[in-house]
Design a protein around this ligand. Structure first.
Ligand SMILES: N[C@@H](CCC(=O)N[C@@H](CS)C(=O)NCC(=O)O)C(=O)O
Length: 226
């Protein structure tokens, strides 16, 4: 069968965790850059089931939704834990990261990464006081604590080998460690997440991808904003 094709934009965004999985497992795949208007015209079709990207095409299967694609590939390539308990814990991490990713998207697109939006974001998602207040279930301390509870933060997030939970954690921390975001806050407050991020980045295939020109330089849909 032909290699799968990732249809996305030429940016990291919601395509990056999928690229990281392919890189880690050394899977051959194609990339097809999407034309936004063409995607919108085909919204709701088999080709673009939700009028959004990423979409993975594998044979006659067209899959939308980043985490659905990731789970599908993880099942194919052995990155989804070794039993039901591990799969459930992996799903929990994916859900927790998604809660942060949604707010991160608002910070970039609605808050335009302006100082007041960044300040509020940091208060809700990084500050010790907001761990026990309303934050939409999205606080980095929860992810830090999760790592601490599993292998005392010294290994992988779930079980004893790298899974898609690790790829997701890596990506969300990587986004926030960037210069324009919150590098110092994250380093100061969440040492286990940062150590885990560095551990994933050192995996040979991941390290090779991160330094390759296959990795898009643009991060979000708005050039120059983070
Ligand atoms: N829940 C979807 C969200 C996908 C999404 O927001 N995609 C954005 C790009 S990152 C998009 O296609 N936006 C265009 C639009 O909504 O018109 C997922 O996880 O894949």
């Amino acid at each position: 069968m032909a290699p799968p094709t990732l249809k996305y934009f030429n940016l990291r965004g919601r395509g990056e965790v999928i690229r990281l999985l392919f890189a880690y497992k050394g899977v051959e795949y194609n990339e097809e850059e999407i034309d936004y208007q063409a995607m919108k015209s085909a919204s709701g079709s088999e080709e673009f089931p939700f009028g959004q990207a990423p979409v993975l095409v594998d044979g006659d299967l067209h899959l939308a939704q980043m985490d659905t694609i990731l789970r599908y590939l993880a099942r194919e390539h052995g990155l989804y834990g070794s039993n039901n308990r591990e799969k459930a814990l992996i799903d929990m991490v994916l859900g927790g990261v998604e809660s942060i990713r949604g707010d991160y998207g608002d910070l970039i697109y609605k808050g335009e990464l302006k100082d007041d939006a960044k300040k509020e974001y940091a208060t809700v998602h990084f500050a010790a006081e907001s761990v026990t207040t309303r934050n939409g279930g999205a606080h980095f301390q929860y992810l830090e604590n999760f790592l601490k509870r599993h292998n005392d933060g010294a290994g992988w997030a779930v079980g004893d080998s790298l899974t898609i939970a690790d790829i997701h954690l890596f990506d969300i921390v990587d986004l926030h460690l960037r210069e324009q975001l919150f590098p110092q806050e994250v380093k100061d407050k969440f040492p286990l997440l940062v150590a885990h991020h560095d551990r994933v980045a050192k995996e040979a295939n991941i390290a090779a991808y991160l330094s390759s020109d296959k990795r898009p330089s643009q991060v979000n849909g708005v050039a120059g904003r983070g």
